[in-house]
Design a protein around this ligand. Structure first.
Ligand code: FAD
Length: 317
């Protein structure tokens, strides 16, 4: 019996959430008195997982799996689960994984719970805490199946070093790509220094910025902070910004350490997707804007005055 963790990667490098899920897997393995095994896809620096408590890596090096495909990845993970007799599978709660994990759950006849924010409260019965009702509450959910799949929220559990000796084993899954295959992937243009999913800081603009010509200061603030840029739904609907930047209930979820909302009112659908961020700062001319009630820090003021001053100050650091 073991705990298997699927680690996400891109261009041969682990994504930030790979270290979070690895840390989580180590904690679950310790609770169950077993070891944590990672499955990696076409990664060069597998050894680094040893620093997060992973004692064995099943290393897949296969060009057919160079591009994410939910079905092929679910197939591969299920073969790894079978090989290692894993009873708990840890994955992230990224958009790709949320697409793939239900397929994996069906294959393994496993219960799957995404958006988990803390280590299991109990292993018998296996109980996890997850966000519910668009991040407005928490649910304590029991998984009663023999195999359990836990989807850990980005940025919720954190990365925890716990160095152990690591063994790397090549793993060659049987890939059946006869049903469909991914021909190409179009990657969103990334403005700023990070993608929304991986960013520690997100700078987000709303309709209060009046038009696309005013986004220079948003991009400059993001550049100074090493942040990703995002926007509210109407902003992308009007074509001021690319759809890949739309965050909220119907856009990308944000769980950054710092979320700066500029000229965004804080409608419930916007807050639903960004409220998992740890610290929220709001800049808005209207002191009654609903976002102030959800914010940790607020500046009542005109973005066109406040943001340039903020950039100037930050450049002094
Ligand atoms: P507004 O509501 O127009 O707010 C603009 C704000 O800017 C105001 O608070 C104003 O005081 C402030 N402002 C104006 N001038 C300045 C200035 N100079 N400096 C500083 N502040 C200024 N929205 C999302 O964002 N994401 C979603 O995923 C989403 N999903 C939706 C799903 C459904 C089913 C529905 C019905 C709606 C959804 N919406 C979503 C839309 C949502 O309800 C709001 O309409 C939207 O979030 C408002 O965008 P906004 O805050 O940019 O614009």
């Amino acid at each position: 019996m073991s705990v298997l963790v699927y680690t996400e990667s891109e261009n041969g490098k682990f994504k930030k959430n790979a270290f979070e899920v690895a840390s989580y897997a180590k904690v679950v393995a310790s609770q169950l008195g077993t070891s944590a095994i990672a499955l990696t896809f076409n990664v060069q620096d597998d050894e680094i997982l040893g620093e997060y408590g992973i004692s064995k890596v099943l290393k897949v090096s296969n060009d057919q799996l160079a591009t994410f495909s939910a079905r092929a990845f679910a197939d591969t993970i299920s073969q790894a689960v079978e090989k290692e007799k894993a009873k708990v599978v840890i994955v992230s709660s990224s958009a790709d994984t949320k697409f793939m994990a239900p397929i994996l759950a069906a294959k393994l006849k496993a219960g799957y719970v995404p958006n988990v924010v803390a280590s299991p409260e109990n292993t018998e019965p296996f109980t996890v805490k997850r966000t519910a009702f668009s991040n407005k509450g928490f649910a304590h959910t029991q998984i009663n199946t023999d195999i359990k799949i836990v989807g850990v929220s980005n940025n919720a559990f954190g990365q925890h070093k716990n160095k152990v000796a690591i063994e790397i084993e090549d793993f060659n899954p049987n890939i059946d790509d006869s049903s469909f295959s991914v021909k190409s992937v179009e990657v969103d243009k990334v403005v700023g220094k990070a993608t929304i999913a991986d960013a520690d800081i997100v700078v987000s603009g709303g309709r209060g910025l009046k038009g696309p010509e005013n986004w220079g200061m948003i991009e400059e603030l993001a550049e100074v902070l090493g942040a990703a840029t995002a926007c509210s739904k109407p902003v992308s609907d009007m074509g001021w910004r690319p759809h890949g930047e739309h965050v909220g209930q119907t856009g990308k979820p944000v769980a950054s350490n710092l979320y700066i909302a500029i000229g965004i009112s804080g409608a419930i659908q916007h807050l639903a997707g960004v409220s998992a961020s740890k610290t929220k700062v709001v800049i808005n001319t209207d002191p009654e804007a609903p976002f102030f009630r959800a914010a940790d820090y607020g500046i009542v003021g005109d973005a066109f005055e406040v943001v340039p001053k903020l950039i100037e100050k930050l450049k002094d650091f």
